[in-house]
Design a protein around this ligand. Sequence first.
Ligand SMILES: Cc1cc2nc3c(=O)[nH]c(=O)nc-3n(C[C@H](O)[C@H](O)[C@H](O)COP(=O)(O)OP(=O)(O)OC[C@H]3O[C@@H](n4cnc5c(N)ncnc54)[C@H](O)[C@@H]3O)c2cc1C
Length: 375
Amino acid sequence: MNATVFDVAVIGGGLHGLSIALNLSRAGMRVVVLERAWVGRHASGATAAGVRTLNRDLGELDLALESMDMWHNMAAIVGDDCGFNAHGQICVADDISNFGKLQDRVSMLRALGYTHEEIIDPRELRQLVPMMSAQCLGASIARNNGAADPHRTIAAFRRSAQAAGAVIREGFGVQRIERHGQDWSLETGIVGVPPVVAPIVVNAAGAWSGRIAAMVGDIIPLKTRASMMMVTERLAPMLKPVVSHMGRSLSFKQSDQGTLVIGGGLQGLSNLDLETSTVRLGTLAKGARAATDLFSCVSDIRIVRTWAGLEAQTDDKLPVIGAAINASGVFHAFGYSGHGFELVPVVGAAITDLIVHGSTRRAISNLTPGRLIVS
Ligand SMILES: Cc1cc2nc3c(=O)[nH]c(=O)nc-3n(C[C@H](O)[C@H](O)[C@H](O)COP(=O)(O)OP(=O)(O)OC[C@H]3O[C@@H](n4cnc5c(N)ncnc54)[C@H](O)[C@@H]3O)c2cc1C
């Protein structure tokens, strides 16, 4: 059976695979995205879509700041603003110890020259979040942060990647990767489906990226996250910024449709082999309690849907972005550990720099695969 030949095969049709395919296609490469299920099936379709630099680890902060600039220019990149509203992200504290942590972080950032986070007092907090019932000592804020619409984002990146020439193959699960001369051959293991052949492979397989990496000799230990979310019935507009709580697992926002979208990283059950994630209602109730402690006006609101989504988590909770250690022509982009949505536009550009130019000026030096690889 004849193989299909491309310059680059991207494994994984989540937002990162699409962003990488978009950037590579615009750079003139023939790109195929190989997606086992359908585009957006896993983390990218389950995400809360917060666009946040607030409280980012310093190891990825510069990259996240560049990505934030790209979010503010998103319509020029993919022809749609992806529903991005920059109403700010706020992290509130209701005890001295947690407020001290927020103040210490903002002081540390100032000392390093960063100005994107500020401390606000209870008066300003009340103006920005009038529906909040809890007494808070203050908060930190990143005013140009916000949230987007995940499904509009997927549609816009898919459309733009295809318009730039990328081919998307859904239902193509890569089961084997073999070296043939200068090329890699990617196979589904299904009789009658020809392999895809390309000299360059990008591993953007989300929760399953460790398995893809192992196929080419890179052993990178990963945990699996199954972050849970809940969404309520529609309410009249009452909240613009995204609110999180220092010391509790809570992220709370109102969508453009009026629903409250509540998450914060509480974990459900994951099964990589079955490709499923399951909500643990007892644990999710802690998130609902954190929400109603802060916003007593929502205590009688109905929750209409809950879900969980699968993602890979690294030991240091920073992503893995860069060339494989043990396989030439293979690049990794995974391990976003619960906060990869914001990084989508910049990672596509950074991986493209590496493939097209052999290096990048973008701030990925803390994110190399080599820091985690088991030899
Ligand atoms: C509930 C939840 C809330 C979140 N909230 C936020 C947030 O507010 N802000 C933020 O910045 N981030 C958030 N994240 C994280 C963010 O959504 C992810 O980091 C991001 O979507 C990861 O995109 P991805 O393309 O790497 O992975 P995915 O979207 O999971 O895509 C990987 C794809 O690879 C495919 N695949 C796997 N193995 C193979 C194979 N062998 N062959 C072919 N295809 C394969 C899968 O089917 C999958 O579609 C959240 C995540 C979840 C789950």
